[in-house]
Design a protein around this ligand. Structure first.
Ligand code: AR6
Length: 175
């Protein structure tokens, strides 16, 4: 049965109102391009100042900050794997990003979260594979966490959204 708490949409994650949005960060946590650059621009300099207090974050880990000027209350900065062909543990590291984000939600009592497609831009992870892992982890979290009210995946293009919709259909068939 399809879980209505999971929403797939096309859009700009910096505009999303949620308890937390997830940033596809790098290990420095000091900003970069892609969604990371967009989040830092929209959040303002206070976010960078807070990130500077955190130190480095290894791939597969996540850190939480305030949302500063964003509509979201918090930002969870997750560092995805750089795609190296698939036999360097990329799948495990990507799955761990999602799990770490959900455990930070539990620790902070958060109910709604929005994810971008972690690692599928500059880090080169093939999106069909990344979508399967992301949605598998999200559906598992929805099953085990009754406190989760809504999980949104915000895709930046129609074609990325279609990839996620197809992957969802394969994992969670609807009649
Ligand atoms: N809202 C939603 N999704 C977005 C947005 C946005 N505003 N902007 C881009 N995307 P990427 P990565 C999509 O490269 O692959 C940074 O420099 C984008 O189309 O942002 O994890 C970091 O500092 C793609 O589908 O993240 C790291 O160095 C997805 O977000 C590195 O890139 C992820 O693409 C991380 O690479």
């Amino acid at each position: 049965m399809s879980d209505e708490r999971l929403v797939l949409m096309r859009g700009d994650i910096t505009q999303v109102q949620a308890d937390a949005i997830v940033n596809a960060a790098n290990s420095t946590l000091l900003g970069g391009g892609g969604v990371d650059g967009a989040i830092h621009r929209a959040a303002g300099r206070g976010l960078l100042a807070e990130c500077r207090t955190l130190g480095r974050c290894p791939p597969g880990e996540a850190r939480i900050t305030g949302g500063h000027a964003l509509p979201a209350k918090h930002v969870i900065h997750a560092v995805g794997p750089v795609w190296q062909g698939g036999s360097n543990g990329e799948e495990t590291v990507l799955a761990r990003c999602y799990r770490r984000a959900f455990s930070l939600m539990e620790q902070h009592g958060l109910g709604t979260i929005a994810f971008p497609s972690i690692s599928t831009g500059a880090y080169g992870y093939p999106i069909e594979r990344a979508a399967r892992i992301a949605l598998r982890e999200i559906l598992a979290a929805l099953q085990r966490m009754p406190t989760l009210q809504r999980v949104t995946v915000v895709l930046f293009s129609d074609s990325d959204l279609e990839v996620y919709q197809r992957a969802r259909q394969a994992l969670e068939p609807t009649p």
